[in-house]
Design a protein around this ligand. Structure first.
Ligand code: HEM
Length: 721
């Protein structure tokens, strides 16, 4: 028998730094995810060495299997129970570890320990998700994205369980199950998967006008992000900061991506669902793997308690945001994701976020949606994770010490010594003891309360249309075009005409032009507005710059992926020059050829293709480069996949560049796309026919990629792709 290799257990603390168990202090150990490297001997779960993992125990070589085979039964029993219920919402997700650092002490507003000292690196785990689809659904479905951040602070876990859209569909948690039932696959036939484009969703939305603001965001390109790294995040609800003296202020939380906010276009999103259902998950994984760590700045909008009623909307209403033009976002720290998970199930699947996981210095507001969430998460996690002890799963353990008198239950891990499990006690020396605010104990903000016990919606929540209209007015023309097109797409999938009509009637309350465009798209007259409600509306502010993605772009190509189309006899010099320049600007170039294998470039040099044309598509890339080399370009021009690749990239607004002969492929694509003169009309196409790659060419190409997309190309509607 081979000599047994000693099993190594790697303790990785949540900062991503591996440390040996002997060096880890108590809190590091509590925080650690015990990642076990596979040993070299196969055993049962009881440690019994297995001699044959190929054959079950039989009565004779061709006889029946024996019930006695405890090894077979253990293995099959474990396999049978590998699945746990997926999350009832946000089932599809991807996660990563990282760190959070505050820029300077926020003691003036909050006593939260992790917001005091810029020298402290707080470990975090982040999970991004879609809401509606099942665990195996495609990443690029049109949907709100979850943006959950767990801070493992010295004072306990703080979970900021937010979304990439700053407002929510409904104002009261009692409507959440209705909202989710309406968007999920319809119960009679379980269709459609991960899509809001169906009758029941729009039936609900059209009946509940408070959903209008969030539906405007969801129909905008925010609903189809380019990358998790290019999404904003929002705590959505108004929370409270509380300082050391107990003074509170209201706070909204924001995450601002360092790479800017960028999205896909709808046709790309649809095609990506087939070409790479893991598009967002892969992008996050690869960025971290390459050391291009995704980063967000942490922002707060702080409103003093005395200003609570100075807005035209209610701070407790989750269907409203605070326009940044009224209260600027103050950037107070940075989140960096720097370590991929070791095991998806153990970490991303088993993490149990909860908006009620707070630290002293942060508190709730009375937002009725938030209040309902405070019940929902641990309740659902009881059935999802199967036991009240889910806080003991490594990814859920705080780094702060946990001591209390809770005991037992399914799968209890902690072995608490001693005879005392109650409080007060003398037999355990009174331990563990409660602690006042001054000693780090959590004390709820002492907000004065009065009021009749009643089921009622505050009249201050009644204006459902001023902010959707503000959102619409704040978009650029192309963003408005995309919103109108999304409404047309989704509502065209609705089979019941009355639902379509009711929805377009709702849109008349937002903007007449939008309603008309959607009505035209659906081939119906604009219906009369719904019964006028006597609700005050405001047009102030006129616009808010922060609401348009066009104002959040950042001129960087970090994290971008560029396709280089090559075939036999390609000009290697151009390929090398462009790939090198892209790499040093932080982008990745992939060589795409008609088939896999080696491409001969002349003079004994060769290139290896990363992908073959039939297995990829332009939707997987942000830009395309076609290098010269007469024979290479001849081959590409004769390849329908290469021609489609270029015209589709153009249709999706992407930067396209070609040097020397490569320009012929662009012309061929333009011709085949319907441009009679073989010329694309729009910006972002650099086709230097006859010219070799030089610095100016590369600079132009990189600048075009940094534009992200050219959504206003004048001929886009005519392109057949
Ligand atoms: C502003 C409103 C809301 C936001 C931003 C939000 C956000 C999220 C996010 C990001 C997740 C995924 C957590 C993860 O990554 O594991 C999640 C899960 C969930 N949310 Fe919400 N949610 C909201 C409203 C609600 C409401 C009102 C309820 C119920 C009353 C609710 C119930 C749930 C449940 C049951 C899960 C699954 C949790 C799990 O299984 O771990 N959410 N939510």
């Amino acid at each position: 028998m081979a000599k047994s290799r000693q099993r190594k257990t790697v303790t990785a603390d949540k900062t991503g730094l591996a440390s040996s168990p002997s060096h880890a202090n108590r809190s590091e150990q509590a925080a650690s995810v015990l990642a076990q490297e596979p040993g070299d001997t196969l055993t049962t779960n009881q440690g019994l060495r297995i001699s044959d993992n190929q054959n079950s125990l039989r009565a004779g070589a061709r006889g029946p299997t024996l019930l006695e085979d405890h090894i077979l039964r253990e293995k099959i029993m474990h396999f049978d129970h590998e699945r746990i219920p997926e999350r009832v919402v946000h089932a599809r997700g991807a996660g990563a570890h990282g760190v959070f650092e505050v820029y300077k002490s926020m003691a003036k507003f909050t006593k939260a320990g992790f917001l005091q000292d810029p020298a402290v690196k707080t470990p975090v785990f982040v999970r991004f998700s879609t809401v509606a689809g099942s665990r195996g659904s495609a990443d690029t479905a049109r949907d709100v994205r979850g943006f959950s951040v767990r801070f493992y602070t010295q004072e306990g876990n703080f979970d900021l369980v937010g979304n990439n859209i700053p407002v929510f569909f409904v104002q009261d948690a009692i409507k959440f199950p209705d909202l989710i039932h309406s968007v999920k696959p319809e119960p009679h036939n379980e269709i459609p998967q991960a899509s809001s484009a169906h009758d029941t969703f729009w039936d609900f939305i059209s009946m509940v006008p408070e959903t209008t603001h969030t539906i405007m965001w969801a129909m905008s390109d925010r609903g189809i992000p380019r990358s998790f790294q290019m999404m904003e995040g929002f705590g959505v609800h108004t929370f409270r900061f509380v300082d050391e003296t107990g003074k509170a202020s209201f706070v909204k939380f924001h995450w601002k991506p360092v790479l800017g906010v960028h999205s896909l276009v709808w046709d790309e999103a649809v095609k990506l669902a087939g070409k790479d259902a893991d598009f967002h998950r892969r992008d996050l994984w690869e960025a971290i793997d390459k050391g291009q760590y995704p980063e967000w700045e942490f922002g707060v909008q702080i409103v003093p308690e005395e200003d609570e009623h100075k807005f035209d909307f209610d701070l407790l209403d989750a269907t409203k945001l605070i326009p940044e033009s009224l209260v600027p976002v103050k950037l107070i720290g940075k989140l960096t994701l720097n370590r991929n998970t070791d095991n998806y199930f153990a970490e991303t699947e088993q993490i149990a976020f909860h908006p009620g996981h707070l630290v002293p210095g942060i508190d709730f507001s009375n937002d009725p949606l938030l209040q309902g969430r405070l019940f929902s998460y641990s309740d659902t996690q009881l059935s999802r994770l199967g036991s009240a002890n889910f806080h003991e799963i490594p990814i859920n353990r705080p780094i702060a010490p946990v001591d209390n008198n809770q005991r037992d239950g399914h799968m209890r891990q902690t072995i608490v010594k001693g005879r005392v499990s109650y409080e007060p006690n003398t037999l355990g020396g009174g331990c563990p003891m409660q602690r006042p605010w001054e000693e780090g104990g959590f004390v709820s903000h002492a907000e004065p309360m009065e009021g009749a016990k009643q089921r009622v919606r505050s009249p201050s929540f009644a204006d459902h249309f001023s902010q959707p209209a503000l959102f619409w007015r704040s978009q650029t023309k192309w963003e408005q075009d995309h919103i109108a097109a999304a409404f047309c797409f989704e509502l065209a999938k609705v089979g019941v005409p009355a639902v379509r009509e009711r929805m377009v009637a709702t849109l008349t309350q937002v903007d007449g032009v939008l309603a008309k465009r959607v009505a035209d798209g659906l081939g119906m007259p604009v219906p009369p507005p719904p019964n006028a409600e006597n609700v005050p509306r405001t047009n102030k502010p006129e616009i808010d710059r922060a609401l348009s993605m066009a104002n959040t772009r950042i001129s960087s190509i970090v994290g971008r992926s560029v396709a280089v189309l090559i075939a036999q006899n390609v000009d290697k010099k151009s390929v090398d020059a462009v790939c090198k320049a892209l790499a040093s600007a932080g982008a990745t170039a992939k060589l795409i050829a008609p088939g896999l294998g080696s491409i001969t470039c002349g003079e004994g040099e060769s290139l290896d293709a990363d992908h073959s044309l039939p297995t990829v598509g332009s939707v997987l890339f942000d830009a395309v480069f076609v290098p010269g080399g007469k024979k290479s370009v001849d081959a590409l021009c004769a390849d329908a996949n290469a021609v489609l690749f270029v015209k589709e990239a153009y249709k999706h607004g992407k930067a396209i560049a070609a040097s020397e002969d490569g320009a012929r492929l662009i012309a061929k694509a333009a011709l085949s796309a319907g441009a009679a003169d073989g010329k694309f009309r729009g910006p972002g196409v650099i086709a230097d026919s006859g010219k070799a790659v030089n610095d100016a060419f590369i600079r132009k190409f990189i600048a075009a990629i940094a534009e992200h997309r050219f959504p206003e190309r004048p001929d886009l509607a005519d392109i057949v792709a």
